[in-house]
Write a protein that binds this ligand. Structure first.
Ligand SMILES: Cc1cc2nc3c(=O)[nH]c(=O)nc-3n(C[C@H](O)[C@H](O)[C@H](O)COP(=O)(O)O)c2cc1C
Length: 166
């Protein structure tokens, strides 16, 4: 067991990240089209369901990400939930300075946002709200359409690595 902190902020970012990594999540690729018509794709695990009525979901993006300004220009986006066999897509969409869309199959969805195929689930969203929060922005989407494949298992991210359920 590791204990950090006590008085405000007596810990480093690394220690905090290690503790946060205990929380297992799924993995999502946020996709959209920027104002130049270029495809956006970025891996996130900060997804959360927010509200059922209206149907709202959220994710957080680092302010320093190149994708952050590009997402800001979109009217909507798609949140593509990855399957257990799609760890390589997570890596590809988390990389910088590469063609993230090389060899990726997709169809166009609402707001022209790419829907990655295959997928475990997809939530197509209208951008609903955006809040600055520390070094990230919280982006809220209003779900306009969704699909899911109940026969497939999710990709899991835990303690900095990819895992599978059982
Ligand atoms: C599993 C995983 C989860 C990630 N989750 C987030 C996240 O929630 N928010 C975020 O800003 N970056 C997250 N990242 C990092 C971004 O994917 C990465 O910095 C981004 O794709 C860089 O591309 P860009 O510079 O083109 O925006 C995550 C990376 C991985 C591998």
């Amino acid at each position: 067991m590791t204990l950090s902190g006590g008085k405000a902020h007596q810990f480093g970012a690394r220690e905090l990240r290690d503790a946060l990594g205990c929380f297992a999540t799924g993995v999502i690729v946020v996709t959209g089209v920027d104002s130049d018509g270029c495809l956006i794709g970025v891996t996130v695990n900060s997804f959360a369901s927010v509200s059922l009525d209206p149907p709202l979901v959220s994710f957080c993006l680092g302010k320093s990400l190149r994708s952050r300004e590009r997402i800001a220009t979109t009217k909507g986006f798609a949140l593509n939930v990855l399957r257990e066999d799609q760890g390589c897509l997570s890596v590809q969409f988390a990389a910088e300075e590469i063609d993230k869309w090389h060899n990726i199959d997709y169809r166009r969805g609402i707001h022209a946002a790419p829907v990655i195929e295959p997928n475990l689930a997809v939530f197509q969203c209208l951008k609903y709200a955006e809040f600055e929060c520390g070094d990230h922005v919280i982006i809220i989407g209003r779900v306009e359409a969704f699909e899911h494949d109940d026969k497939e298992a999710p990709l899991i991210f835990h303690r900095g690595g990819y895992r599978q359920l059982l």
